[in-house]
Each structure stands twice: as C-alpha cells, then as structure tokens.
Ligand binder design. Structure first.
Ligand SMILES: N[C@@H](CCC(=O)N[C@@H](CS)C(=O)NCC(=O)O)C(=O)O
Length: 251
C-alpha cells in the first residue's frame, strides 16, 4: 500500500508536500477531505486538526508539512531538501518562517476575500478528484463554510488590515532570501517548497496580486508550481492598508 496523503484540495501546505513526494519519487495516494471537515477527520485519524498528514507505507503517521518533509528526507535522502549553497541552517530558518509566519497570511486573506465574491469559490474546485459542485450549490454552501473558516483561521477585520500592511515587508523578506541564495537555487529545497505555494495562493487574490507583480518573489513562486487557474476578483479586501504601509517613509 503506498503512502496516503490526507489533504484538502487547494491547501498550500498540501501543495508543499505533494511536490516533495514528486521530487523524491515516492508513490502516494491522495485522500481528499471536503474543505472545513479536516479538524474533525484529522483529529480522529491523526492527533491534530490540520492537513496535511501522511500515513506512510510502514504505518508511521506524520502530520504537518515540515515534519512530513523531514520524514521523506529520512526515507529517501536524494535529491536532498536541506542542502545547497545557502547551507542547511539558512534553509531551515527560512522554512520555519515560511511555515510559522507567512503560511497563515493567505489563509487569513482568502476567506474574507470570498465573503464578497462567493461565486469565485466555484473555480477553486478545478483539479479536485471529486466532481465539481454547481455554482449555486457552492454559493449556498459558502454560508456554512465561510463562518467556520473565518473562526478556524482567526480572521478579524483588524487582523486582515494588519496582514495587508505587513505583506510588503514579508515579500521584501522573500526577495531578500532569493537574493541571498537561500531560495530559488538550482534544485528546490524545503524552504522553496514551503514558501512558493503561499505566494501562489496570495497571487490568486486579485486585490493582492499587484503587490507581488514584478517582484523576484513572483517569478520564484511559479518556477516549480503552476499559476492558479482560479482567482478572487478585486474589491473584497481593504488593500489600501497595504498601499499606505508601502508608501510610508522609512525611519
Ligand atoms: N503549519 C501547518 C498547519 C497547516 C494548516 O493550518 N492547514 C490548514 C489548511 S491550509 C488546516 O487544516 N486548518 C484547519 C484548522 O485550523 O483547524 C502545516 O504546514 O502543516
């Protein structure tokens, strides 16, 4: 029995793990959970609430994108995910930042953006293994899903404004990792796999896309991952917070 990846379609840390499986050449089967059901299912099958989680062929269960990448590296050391000119400690530090700081930002912005554009949720089903639900069903289901996701991800108006204000600095941080060679080397490392899918999901938010456009971070995001086919139209997020923060004079 190949490894089983418990995932939600479109989840960016799940994309991290899928790409790592592909790079390592390890066969795996996807167990796709319906969006917002994962706290319930994952708490029963694993110990925590979140996807991704993997049941390896030897029976070991590992939950969390960083832990899963480590487990893959232990099982299949080549090609290495923690080696490269930048050195392992720089890769580990960037990977940790990508997981603990940056990864939550697209999650906190996606759901409020959908609140204004519920029908846009329909396009995000593209590529899922189960049949796509019709648009009116998706819009009806959004009234159940959006409040759950907002609560699950700690979305508040203040937090959204703060995320948008901090986003240009976070993108600067990514551009600096790229300039230093920590990200975007010849072969993808664990930090590349952690950070690129978060930028890709942010790029799917048309309110946020202009903040990313033309940066080294944009080209980097789509070097190993495809551009999202679905997007959320502008107007759902108070992007003027980000614009104001970007034009504040440095002191
Ligand atoms: N940082 C962790 C957590 C991942 C995470 O928060 N996943 C979201 C989906 S993108 C989730 O399952 N959320 C459910 C919840 O917070 O209960 C990782 O990289 O594995």
């Amino acid at each position: 029995m190949p490894a089983r990846l418990y995932m939600v379609h479109g989840s960016h840390p799940c994309e991290t793990v899928i790409k790592a499986f592909e790079i390592k050449g390890v066969p795996f089967k996807r167990v796709e959970l319906p969006a917002s059901s994962q706290p319930l299912v994952m708490s029963v099958v694993f110990s925590g609430r979140t996807v991704p989680g993997v049941k390896f062929d030897d029976g070991e269960k590992v939950q969390g994108s960083r832990r899963i990448l480590r487990a893959l590296e232990d099982r299949v050391p080549t090609p290495p995910l923690y080696a490269g000119p930048a050195g392992a400690s720089a890769i580990l530090e960037a990977e940790q930042w990508g997981d603990e700081v940056f990864q939550s930002v697209p999650r906190r912005l996606l759901w409020p953006a959908f609140t204004k554009h519920r029908a846009a949720m329909h396009g995000f089903q593209e590529g899922q293994s189960s049949p796509k639900l019709p648009k009116p069903v998706v819009v009806a289901a959004s009234h159940l899903i959006l409040p759950i996701e907002r609560k699950m991800n700690g979305v508040t108006d203040e937090r959204v404004r703060a995320d948008l204000a901090e986003l240009p600095l976070m993108l600067d941080q990514i551009d600096a990792y790229i300039a230093a060679g920590t990200l975007n080397g010849e072969q993808p490392n664990a930090a590349d796999l952690q950070i690129a899918p978060s930028i890709a999901l942010l790029w799917a938010l048309e309110d946020v896309r202009p903040l990313i456009a033309g940066r080294p971070a944009e080209e980097f995001a789509f070097r190993w991952f495809p551009r999202p086919v679905a997007s959320v139209p502008p107007g759902g997020l108070p992007v003027e917070s980000a614009a104001q923060a970007a034009t504040l004079p440095a002191n």
